[in-house]
Design a protein around this ligand. Structure first.
Ligand code: PLP
Length: 447
């Protein structure tokens, strides 16, 4: 309606006057106005209906306006809207129980945070105190959050502004078969060689100096590149051998995104710590957390844990988590995502790859997919240089929006990460849009 459009215009003007945006040159952006959304669809400021293939920032795993989650938030708001972290609260206790129930048997406690970055901060703090060591190893081509330590753990250029070697963070090359740093030609070689590299880094840094290895079970923002079979298993053995805490960052990949409750459950591994956020309650209320095994817990059984947050385990967020987790169970959402990935998204993306010379690689699982665009399929030279974008990437996004579907974009990649409960019909519509828009990339490649 005209009224909504006027409200949208006002929101936009005030945004430009007063809101400072993440990761942006403030005067070079033109944010899309969103005042309403439902399920997998959002409405922009001009009243256009757009399919959200990015689940916002890969967090609305149940889409918008899930009735059970909204009802739970309303009920909790009326019952007890907030409470200090030192109290026991029914919503928080039940959320913790439901989360650990979905992890390995020896993971029994959760420290709740406000989001993913602070979950990783606390996970590392726990690992350092648990081991009495300081160094932390994380992978290049990874993302772990925007706070001081988390951005240092992050293996992308966004960390440069905050780089501090004194934090004890050491980066290693990830296992990434398509862009192997080790000349590997297949997953088997990559798993072996990437692991040998990591083992050497641990040796060179001093195995007894390393508190933790932090890894996204499936790296998300950096490209949804699945670890080759055997790699994570070897990493766990290495950690066990040297008393290094293995931390899996499941902030993006967890809570069904990869077609299982947690992405690492695709592999035969048991981390010591799992961090989460986003999908835990579809981001309806901010929440993250650190789920720890009994050994980490024991370190703080008789010793004070030096950390806390005013809103740790906020009842509104916790009630939303309880409802979201139960809804995912009751509605078979994760199996649906797994099936969509295997039977609909994956095959359709393979088809796109066959037809578009600009598509170098497609990969993913569940509702977690990447399309990697290249100048040249042989050399695999990315269509946008590492750490940057390219005009054609922005043109593709604009074309997608014009046609009514928005994927996530990062450097030379488009990510297809719709809500897990999206219908087959909707996701196929979205992939048709992407298919059309990819012609712009083909034009650049063929020129
Ligand atoms: N870790 C991973 C793997 C993420 O994808 C993100 C966010 O995208 C974070 C951590 C940071 O989470 P937050 O933005 O909630 O602090």
């Amino acid at each position: 309606t005209e009224e909504q459009i006027a409200a949208g215009n006002r929101a936009y003007e005030l945004d430009r006057e007063h809101v400072f945006h993440s990761w942006s040159a403030q005067d070079q952006i033109s944010p899309m106005t969103v005042l309403d959304a439902e399920g997998s669809w959002i409405w922009d400021g001009e009243g256009n209906k757009i399919l959200d293939l990015a689940s916002q920032l890969i967090f609305t795993n149940l889409g918008h306006k899930h009735p059970k989650v909204i009802e739970a938030i309303k009920e909790q708001a009326e019952k007890l809207c907030t409470v200090a972290p030192q109290h026991a609260n029914d919503a928080r206790s039940e959320a913790a129980r439901l989360i650990v129930e979905r992890l390995a048997g020896d993971i029994n406690h959760v420290f709740f945070t406000n989001g993913g970055a602070d979950a990783n901060e606390h996970a590392v703090r726990m690992a350092r105190l648990h081991t009495g060591r300081h160094k932390v190893l994380s992978a290049y081509r990874a993302y772990h959050g925007g706070t001081h330590l988390a951005i240092n753990l992050t293996g992308d250029p966004r960390r440069f502004a905050s780089d501090k070697a004194s934090d004890g963070v050491v980066h290693f090359m990830p296992a990434y078969t398509y862009r192997s740093y080790f000349g590997a030609e297949d997953d088997k070689q990559e798993a072996e060689r990437a692991f040998n590299h990591l083992r050497d880094v641990v040796m060179l840094e001093g195995a007894d100096q390393v508190a933790a290895i932090v890894l996204e079970a499936i790296p998300g923002t950096a490209g949804i590149y699945l670890p080759p079979p055997g790699y994570l298993e070897s990493v766990q053995q290495l950690c066990d051998e040297h008393g290094i805490v293995l931390i899996f960052d499941e902030v993006m990949a967890g809570f069904g995104r990869a077609g299982k409750w947690f992405a690492h459950q695709h592999f035969n591994v048991e981390p010591d710590i799992v961090t989460f956020a986003k999908g835990v309650n579809s981001g309806y209320v901010p929440m993250g957390g650190v789920a720890m095994d009994d050994a980490i817990y024991a370190t703080f059984a008789e010793r004070v844990y030096p950390g806390g947050l005013t809103y740790s385990g906020h009842p509104l967020a916790a009630a939303a988590a309880v409802a979201a987790i139960n809804a995912m169970d009751d509605e078979g959402v994760i199996d649906h995502a797994q099936r969509l990935g295997a039977e609909v998204i994956g095959p359709r993306l393979e088809e796109l790859k066959d037809r578009h010379p600009s598509v170098g690689d497609v990969r993913g699982v569940g509702a977690f997919w990447a399309i990697e665009l290249v100048q040249d399929r042989e050399t695999r030279e990315p269509i946008a240089p590492y750490g940057q974008t390219a005009p054609v990437m922005n043109e593709i996004m604009a074309e997608c929006r014009r046609r009514g579907a928005l994927p996530f974009m990062n450097m030379n990649r488009l990510h297809i990460c719709p809500p897990l409960n999206i219908s087959e019909e909707d996701v196929l519509f979205g992939l048709d849009v992407v298919d059309e828009a990819l012609r712009l990339a083909d034009d650049v490649v063929e020129r």
